[in-house]
Design a binder for this molecule. Structure first.
Ligand code: NCD
Length: 307
């Protein structure tokens, strides 16, 4: 059974097909309004979320399907000690497809290995977040028109930021791409990401702590939140949380054509004044995420033989 656990599960051609479907949905929404009639999605969220869960739910409704939802681990049998495998097995009796977010790395894979319906990883701990990457890719495609030859600056919490790990993996497949990794020393990109993704792809990258110094060479600046919930102590979080704050003043150093992305939620890392800058794309990412999730649900249900 085909699931989506990691963005690397998708070939470059499949990503292109998902983008084409999303573009078609944007152009002809009515043609998709009954595509998933009588089909059901379960959103199982064991960790907080606004966008990802609601985006999955809106996506399924716009396809004519139904949604049942578990938005708090504390209100489910997980609170009684039920395993992820058992919860997933149970829920697979009620629905055609599952989207799951969990604080433990690998949880979505465990769920997928225990059910006979598709499972979509909606974020597993500090590991990966493939559907945010699909949102990011559609945004890059719509704003830049291509993926090749782009220099992307990832800034903030590159250690725990799962959206960074997934997007880096997806972008590393395109020729001419370069990364600038901007973070405090303590929050550098994990070595497993460098070893498994950057090095095999031969991606040129530089590591720096200096956001302003890096800005003038970037096509894309991908800002991230310092992931408080993954820190072992609050003191470290407090020391690092406001290390990078993007302001209009700092953006003066950036090219006019650079776009600013952020998976959201934002805390302090982008000043609200930047929202009015034409380069700010983070709310476009939100909408693009819904279209890519629609395209993904369609693809997985078709491959499962459900549609
Ligand atoms: C991200 C996540 O959950 O990893 N949010 C999202 O899904 N858009 C980023 C974050 O929480 O900082």
């Amino acid at each position: 059974m085909r699931s989506l656990i990691d963005v690397m599960d998708l070939s470059t051609q499949e990503i292109e097909e998902l983008i084409n479907t999303a573009e078609d949905i944007i152009a002809n929404p009515d043609q998709y309004a009954h595509a998933c009639d009588r089909k059901k999605l379960a959103t199982l969220f064991f960790e907080p979320s606004t966008r990802t869960r609601m985006s999955f739910e809106a996506a399924m409704y716009e396809l004519g399907g139904h949604v049942i939802s578990m938005s708090e681990a504390s209100s489910s049998s997980a609170a009684k000690g039920e395993s992820v495998a058992d919860t997933a097995k149970t829920v697979s009796n009620y629905v055609d497809i599952i989207a799951m977010r969990h604080p433990k790395e690998g949880a979505a894979l465990v769920a997928a290995n225990n059910v006979n319906i598709p499972v979509i990883n909606a974020g597993d701990g500090g590991h990966s977040h493939p559907t945010q990457t699909l949102a990011d890719l559609l945004t890059i495609y719509r704003e830049k028109g291509h993926f090749n030859d782009l220099t992307i600056g990832f800034c903030g919490d590159l250690k725990f930021g799962r959206t960074v790990h997934s997007l880096a993996g997806a972008m590393a497949r395109y020729p001419g791409v370069k990364f600038v990794l901007i973070s405090p020393e303590e929050l550098k990109l994990p070595s497993y990401v460098k070893k498994n993704i950057l090095q095999p792809a031969g991606i040129p990258y530089e590591q720096t702590t200096d956001l302003e110094g890096a800005m003038d060479q970037l096509d894309i600046l991908y800002m991230t939140r310092v992931q408080r919930e993954r820190f072992f102590n609050e003191e470290d979080y407090l020391r690092l949380k406001d290390r990078y704050i993007l302001t209009e003043e700092k953006l003066k150093k950036a090219p006019e054509s650079m776009i600013v992305m952020h998976p959201l939620p934002r805390v302090n890392e982008i000043s609200v004044a930047v929202d009015d800058d034409p380069r700010a794309c983070y709310f476009k990412q939100v909408l693009n995420g819904k279209y890519m999730r629609m395209a993904l649900i369609l693809k997985l249900l078709k491959e499962a033989g459900t549609l």
